[in-house]
Structure formats: C-alpha cells, structure tokens
Write a protein that binds this ligand. Structure first.
Ligand SMILES: Nc1ncnc2c1ncn2[C@@H]1O[C@H](COP(=O)(O)OP(=O)(O)OP(=O)(O)O)[C@@H](O)[C@H]1O
Length: 345
C-alpha cells in the first residue's frame, strides 16, 4: 500500500471552497483539514449544510460547476494534488483515483445504479475495469463480491434489475460495485440514511466487515454521532463549512468534547442505554451561506459565546497532538465553568 511519507493514506490540508450563487462568491468551506491512516475509519460529522458532501466531492474532483476551490492540498496514496488546479492534466489524475485507489458510496443507490441494466452486469462492468480479467473470471469475481457484501443468493440476484431489489439490497449492490477495484480508501456519503433502522444496522456491520476484509480506510459522512461511535476510530466535526473539533482518538471526544458544538451534538444524540431521556435540541439554526460572518460560525447558537468569538479567525486551542479544537472558550476550561446564559438557556 502506498502512503505518504508521514504514514497517512489521505491528507486534506487547508481546503477552502467558494460557490457562485447569483453572481456572489460565497464561502462554503474554509480551511478544512484532516487525515486518515491506512485502515482507519474517520467520521466526518455535521448538520445538514455543514459542507460534508462538498468535502467528499472536492476529494473526488466531482464538484458542481459553480464551485471553485480557492485553497487546498491533498495527498492520496502518496500522490500529491494542488486542489486549486483545474487544468486537464490535474482532472485526469484525480479521475484516475476514482475506481482505483478511491471509491465513493452515495446516499441513494438510485443515483449510482443504472435502472435498465441488471445489477450483476453493473458489478461485472466495475470488475471488468480491472486489468486482464476474462468475462468468466469477472462474473465469478462479481459473485464473490456479492457474497462479500452479504447478498446470499447471488447467482439468482445477479440477473435482477435494481427495481426488483429492496433498498438494502440495492445499497449492497452499489457497495459491491464500489469495492470492485479494491480501493484503499472508501468515501461514504450517508449511505444508510435512506434505509430503515434494521437495514441501517446491517449495512453498518457490513462496513466493519469490509474494512477487515479489504484493509481499506473509510471516510464516513454522517450527521449521526451514534453511527460514528459504532464504526469509526476518529472524528472531524464540521459546522458551517469549518472544522470545529477533530480528534484522531474518537474515545477522547466522546469522553470529553471540548468544542461547545461537539458537546451539543453529543447531548442531542440518543443513548441506547437511557430510554427515558429528553434529548437536547441545539437552539436556533445554522446561518445560510450568505449570512456567514467572521469569527466562530457557531457563536450565534453557542451557550459559551462571548464578544471575542464573533471577530477574527479562531485558532486551534487544543494543545494536544492529533486533536483540533477551534474555540476560544473550550468546554471544561477553567474560566468556562458556567456557560454564559446558564445551563438551561
Ligand atoms: N451547487 C451548489 N449551489 C449552491 N449551493 C450549494 C451547492 N452545493 C452545495 N450547496 C450549499 O453548500 C452548503 C454545503 O452543502 P453540502 O451538500 O456539502 O452539505 P452537507 O453537510 O453534505 O449537507 P446534507 O447533510 O444536507 O447533505 C449547503 O448550504 C448547500 O445548500
């Protein structure tokens, strides 16, 4: 496996992105950085609109036409990319990553699967992109992949059309096609959101299984910290296009979130061990792209916010290697024992 000299499989550094909306250039991502070791699963967490999908799309070179990367560097499997480049050579290099080192699993199988082609053929086509496989070997390998992703009667299902399969099975087909190229890195964009709870659990177990089988790294986008707890080793929390908190050690965040937004997210995540609990709901809503101001983006909803949070860039105040906390008044810091406005506010 090729990795960066630092031992990381993926490094995203200083990714900033603007969207052209009605002629206005609006910041959608600002200085987003994180990395992933071989075999690691990192959760990329945040509410709707926080920039999770745009981050994945920037890595894959699949951005919408009105998006422009204004800064950012990426290293994938030892290859370096200046993400601000848009020339053909750069686009070709990034496109080459897709289907080889990097695979993407989308939220909606309907988007990724062709409705008029049998699912088996779609997996075989993905398999056939690998060098030197005969038709027969590609079919056998497709059957193996279907088995790997838990499609038990693969020899029957291989000829089915997507509409003949349940949502969970379609998701498994999409995953089989995505891993056909034996990717080192799998990017997942909320792949269980459209599924019911039981199937969600099965698909999450499948990802754990695939990680073990393929030794792949996962970058898993979700709004749900409970999913991250189940699947991931590390976490990066996004809010309004900026990293609020990030840790190579997931446990450290669950045991002691330092950013008020992470703490609020944890308080609003159901705990299966406590049935009779009232879930916390973060007051207010995130600013729209055009309303985003300087300072900490979360300040307008933050119980701990003070005047200094609303101006200037917010530095990383973590002081711990492998951890980032962009907050001037961290949760649990001595001066912040009592949140401004009180705990019930
Ligand atoms: N092509 C686009 N044109 C205009 N606005 C866009 C475009 N793509 C994304 N946005 C906006 O950029 C912000 C970030 O979008 P993104 O899809 O990355 O969020 P997300 O965290 O993945 O949200 P969700 O969980 O709802 O998918 C949102 O406010 C979204 O509406």
């Amino acid at each position: 496996m090729t990795v960066d000299s630092t031992g990381e499989l993926l490094i995203v550094e200083g990714l900033s992105l603007e969207l052209d909306i009605g002629g206005m250039q609006l910041n959608a991502l600002r200085d987003v950085s994180f990395s992933l070791r071989p075999g690691e699963a990192r959760g990329l967490v945040g509410e709707s609109g926080s920039g999770k999908s745009l981050t994945l799309r920037a890595i894959l070179g699949l951005l919408p036409p009105n998006a422009r990367i204004t800064s950012g560097r990426m290293v994938v499997a030892g290859q370096e990319f200046d993400l601000t480049r848009t020339d053909r050579e750069h686009r070709r290099r990034i496109a080459r990553l897709r289907g080889s080192s990097v695979a993407m699993i989308f939220q909606e199988p309907a988007v990724a699967l062709n409705p008029v082609v049998p699912v088996g053929k779609q997996i075989i086509d993905a398999v056939a992109r690998r060098d030197g496989l005969t038709k027969r070997a590609a079919r056998d390998y497709a059957l193996h992949l279907m088995d790997l992703v838990g499609i038990h009667d693969a020899s029957t299902k291989i000829d089915a059309y997507p509409f003949e399969l349940s949502g969970g099975l379609k998701q498994r087909v999409m995953i089989a096609a995505a891993v056909a190229g034996e990717p080192q890195l799998i990017l997942c964009d909320e792949p269980t959101t459209a599924l019911d709870v039981t199937v969600q659990k099965q698909i999450l177990s499948l990802f754990t299984h695939l990680r073990d089988e393929l030794h792949a790294s996962l970058l898993y986008v979700t709004h749900d910290l409970a999913v991250v707890a189940q699947l991931c080793d590390s976490v990066t929390v996004l809010y309004s296009g900026e990293v609020m908190e990030s840790s190579d050690d997931l446990r450290a965040v669950f045991d002691g979130a330092q950013h008020p937004y992470t703490e609020a997210l944890l308080r609003s995540t159901p705990d299966v061990d406590r049935i009779e609990q009232r879930l916390y709901s973060i007051p207010g809503s995130a600013a729209s792209l055009s309303e985003r101001a300087g300072g900490c983006q979360f300040a307008r909803r933050c119980e701990y916010a003070r005047d200094d949070c609303r101006t200037g860039a917010i530095p990383d105040t973590s002081g711990t290697p492998g951890r980032v906390v962009r907050c001037l008044h961290k949760v649990g810091a001595p001066a912040d024992g009592v949140p401004v406005g009180g705990i019930d506010g």
